[in-house]
Write a protein that binds this ligand. Sequence first.
Ligand SMILES: Nc1nc2c(ncn2[C@@H]2O[C@H](COP(=O)(O)OP(=O)(O)O)[C@@H](O)[C@H]2O)c(=O)[nH]1
Ligand SMILES: [Mg+2]
Length: 267
Amino acid sequence: MEANRPNQTAAGDAPGQVEEAKKATAAAQAAKHLPEVRLVVLGWRWPGKSLTANTILGREEFHLERAAEFCVKRETEVQGRQVIVVDTPGWFSTQDTPPSYKQELVRGASLTPPGPHAFLLVIPVGMFTEVDRARITEHVSLFGERVWKHTIVVFTWAEVLRTISIERYIRREGKDLQWVLEKCKRRYFVINNCIFGEHPQVGCLMERVEKMVAQEGYYNPEEVEEEKKPLDENSNPAREGRELGARPKQNSGLGLSKAMEVDTLSN
Ligand SMILES: Nc1nc2c(ncn2[C@@H]2O[C@H](COP(=O)(O)OP(=O)(O)O)[C@@H](O)[C@H]2O)c(=O)[nH]1
Ligand SMILES: [Mg+2]
């Protein structure tokens, strides 16, 4: 199985792509070996966020538990770099995420000052639906639109692909998954969570992060908060009225049926 396959999209079909490829090459050359790499792991529940975080750290630092409620930060030295990983509780695949969980998710980005170098959006290889795309958009957007510039999709459960290449899987899976990848400028990485300890895949992932940082810098949560402020202030006068208007909806049949939904695995 080819488990470790950093994004190498074919370039050269269109002038735009050539430019992109040139920029990527320049960034790769300029990419600096970061002495410290700060990562936040995102995704819905159970696709392998905690296990991926363990694979990266090369140690069993994070518990594999379905009911995680809080972000957990761990760090260790990996191949000459100090790597800090924040594991997040994740969102429910189909059920509404309670506001407290969303707050906790956002808090994850502030645990690695001055801000994460990368968000790793963990997606298990398998069926990817329109709902998955909507849930990802909803939750990733909690970090502001600019978060996409700092996000790499990390595919887990890649062993199920057997002989199918990841590129073919992405093509076959269709527009929803492709949309997510486009949002991340087609940055993706296939991790093999069956391999533990010394292995080139972690170094390759770190290089992918360094390349992205050379292109995009790191994610600064304070800047995002600043961006949000004027909106919050402007929306204050209307807030009370809107909340009142929204109240009956919370008791509607739809709200109830959603509240009764159980979290189901997406694949
Ligand atoms: N075979 C296989 N199992 C995985 C992989 N990633 C995660 N798992 C398993 O899936 C389950 C959920 O993983 P976990 O990391 O706790 O998911 P989280 O809720 O996203 O943190 C655990 O039993 C893991 O051992 C993978 O890439 N391959
Ligand atoms: Mg977990």
